[in-house]
Every structure is written in structure tokens, then in C-alpha cells.
Design a protein around this ligand. Structure first.
Ligand code: CO
Length: 214
């Protein structure tokens, strides 16, 4: 297994894949046969693309447990066909029971959105985070410590993206059809490995502003 990320080669990955298959089969000879039969994951994970926040490892789950969508800063953008397709398939077809938006403290996307530098094409994506900042600027501008301010924006960004999920026709139709579906917001700490539940779970459209209801 690797010592440090920069010493990993392309060939390493293929060798480690074979070792992983061997170890997995030694534990459960039917592991791949079962997974090949189909998936029924109870969870949809919307997380950051950051290499340090892999959904399965940090939750102690295995292949088949979590349907995953990741992008920079775990955003739910209403015109993002990629995200919408993953969401609709997970909710309407796979019938997941929980959708989790998981942000993380120290997120590069959040930090980049908080300054006034240009980074290229990604500036257009980060603009959505700046919108979250603007929405909560009264609260955020009162926080002097830079790290504390960034950590709060990580949480507020998760909260807004949970709202964004609840605004989609996919989630609202699931609730309308009586589907058992909850939407949650989490923040992961790179420093401790622990996940904080932000306690903003939605189980219906009750708390949603009426302009968003279909
Ligand atoms: Co990130």
C-alpha cells in the first residue's frame, strides 16, 4: 500500500486492484457475484470532489452501499444536468431513503470563493458559493477569524444546497408520492476524520418557502 500520494504510479493502481480483489474474495467468495446482480443503495451522497473525502471510506461502507455524486464544493445547481440526472435516478428509480450533502472544513472551493482572485473557468462555478456568502453576509462579516469564517461558510453552503435539493421537482414529487425520503446536511473535518450532522434534515416540503412548492 502507498506511503505518500506523490509516489503512486499508474501501474500501482492496477496491481493494488488485483490485491484488493484477492483480499475481498478471501473474505467473501460471492462478493462480486452479489454486486453484479444489481444495486439497491439506501443513500445518495452529494460530496466534494476533494480526494480526502471519499464517501465509502469515511463512513465505513463498501461498494453497493452509497450512490455518489461529487463536484467542487458539493454544489446543487438547478441547471446542472449531471447532478439532476444522478438525483432523479437515485430517488425515482433506486428509491434511496436518504440524500446527504456532505461538505468539509478546509474546502478549497469555499476558500477560493472567499477571496477576490481569478482562477479561470471555475470562477463561474464558485460564483454560486459567493451567492451563499451574500445571503449570509451579515452573519459572516461579523466573524473576524478567517478560518472560523470559512468553516461557517462551509456549513452555510451545505445548508443552502440541502434547500436546493428540496426545491427540485424530483425530491418534491417523491414526497408527494408518499416516498420515505430524508435530506440531510453534514460537514466533515479533515483534521479529525469526524462528521458533524448539521441538524437540518428535511422529511417533507413543510419548511420550504411557498414560492418553491410545485
Ligand atoms: Co472541497
Amino acid at each position: 500500500m502507498p506511503q505518500s500520494a506523490d509516489s503512486i504510479t499508474y501501474e500501482n493502481l492496477l496491481i493494488w486492484n488485483q490485491e484488493w480483489v484477492k483480499a475481498t474474495l478471501a473474505e467473501d467468495p460471492n462478493f462480486f457475484v452479489k454486486l453484479a446482480n444489481g444495486q439497491k443503495p439506501p443513500i445518495l451522497w452529494i460530496g466534494c470532489a476533494d480526494s480526502r473525502v471519499p464517501a465509502n471510506q469515511i463512513t465505513g461502507t463498501t461498494p453497493g452501499d452509497i450512490f455518489v455524486h461529487r463536484n467542487i464544493a458539493n454544489m446543487v445547481i438547478h441547471t446542472d444536468m449531471n447532478m439532476l440526472s444522478v438525483l432523479d435516478y437515485a430517488v425515482a428509480i433506486l428509491k434511496v431513503k436518504h440524500v446527504i450533502v456532505c461538505g468539509h472544513y478546509g474546502c478549497g472551493g469555499i476558500l477560493a470563493a472567499m477571496n477576490n482572485k481569478q482562477y479561470g473557468l471555475i470562477d463561474n462555478w464558485l460564483c454560486h458559493i459567493k451567492d451563499v456568502y451574500r445571503l449570509y453576509s451579515v452573519e459572516l462579516d461579523q466573524i473576524e477569524d478567517k478560518e472560523e469564517k470559512a468553516n461557517r461558510l462551509v456549513e452555510l453552503n451545505v445548508i443552502e444546497n440541502v434547500y436546493n435539493l428540496c426545491k427540485t421537482s424530483t425530491i418534491q414529487n417523491a414526497w408527494k408520492n408518499g416516498q420515505d425520503l430524508q435530506v440531510h446536511g453534514w460537514a466533515y473535518s479533515l483534521n479529525t476524520g469526524l462528521i458533524k450532522d448539521l441538524d437540518i434534515s428535511f422529511v417533507s416540503d413543510e419548511k420550504l418557502n411557498k414560492v418553491f412548492k410545485f
